[in-house]
Write a protein that binds this ligand. Sequence first.
Ligand code: NAD
Ligand code: DAU
Length: 335
Amino acid sequence: MRLLVTGGAGFIGSNFVHFLLEHTDVRVAVLDKLTYAASREALEGLPCDRVELVVGDVTDVELVDRLVGRLTDDGDAVVHFAAESHNDNSLRDPSPFVHTNIVGTFTLLEAVRRHGVRLHHVSTDEVYGDLELDDPERFTESTAYAPSSPYSASKAGADHLVRAWVRSFGVRATLSNCSNNYGPWQHVEKFIPRQITNLLDGGRVRLYGSGANVRDWIHVDDHSSAVWTILNHGRVGETYLVGADGEKANLEVVRLILELMDRNPDDFDHVTDRPGHDLRYAIDPTKLRTELGWEPRFTSFEEGLVRTIDWYAAHRDWWGPKKAAVEAGYAAKGQ
Ligand code: NAD
Ligand code: DAU
């Protein structure tokens, strides 16, 4: 089996490539533009008879057609992770979000349509908007779309294109909408790595607003195993929500990070809130668990967090050079 993995040098894509090498015998071509969010380092040292890195843009029609055309329509597939992924950046400049997330997905859809190749589209729970803190319901596959930010709106647009190409053109695609991932190789702009590296750097933890906002955390390895399960056993045209029952308020996460790093759990700063900040995400993963038998391996958030803290402590060479520019951007907005 051969896979084309778009965005395979990013946080989740590179972890997925590592997952494939460890648990399967597939051969992988990564298509990645190597934006600021990518890490060539995350793919270094991988066997070149199994992994090939193609540096290029998912909106490049000719390149995408050539790469998809190398795959067979019987067993091979495209797994589409490539995206602009950070909400705060989408508030500063939505333009690359619309281009990569919508036009990029359109470009891929046209290529898989021409070549009859199977596609798995990776999306986010943010397309469903947010929930009240006391809402007893969680997001399911039938929750109505109600995205709040330019990022989540662009992902919602991409999801709609995939669904339309399935229905109108018979494209063989599956979709997954996952909750917040954490783990190695996540960019230091994101919540958990930002706080860990602030502390490793002698800085302070920064919490948006009161910290009441809830995110539903899942270890990135569990997201990888879910994508692999859907790719192999999912029904074409179906959407699967991916989550691991990991709801936590941001305040709780901040206090846990401080404790695990031997600091006073109350020693953090409340900073300017994110405009339009979604209150709560929560995934009901029943369909994925019952229909496809998927189970997460990381059932203890604390254990996963300890491993993540250790990983960042050991990989200062990777994140150190990125840190100053990211923090300068946040400081300019009082965050
Ligand atoms: P990331 O920002 O870490 O990585 C994105 C990758 O896509 C980078 O390697 C980047 O270079 C590449 N890329 C960006 N624009 C490109 C383009 N035009 N052409 C080719 N490559 C391009 O993102 P991530 O957190 O790994 O997210 C991956 C996917 O998973 C995204 O589609 C995101 O919406 C989705 N997702 C993320 C989370 C999360 O918690 N991070 C949760 C659910 C879904
Ligand atoms: O739910 C899935 C989504 O999760 C993915 O689709 C996105 O690609 C991914 O970035 C993530 O989006 P969030 O906006 O939830 O993640 P972020 O890490 O930016 O923030 C998590 C929460 O922490 C959010 O409520 C904002 C808050 N936050 C963030 C930062 C960077 C802080 O309190 N302080 C911070 O410094």
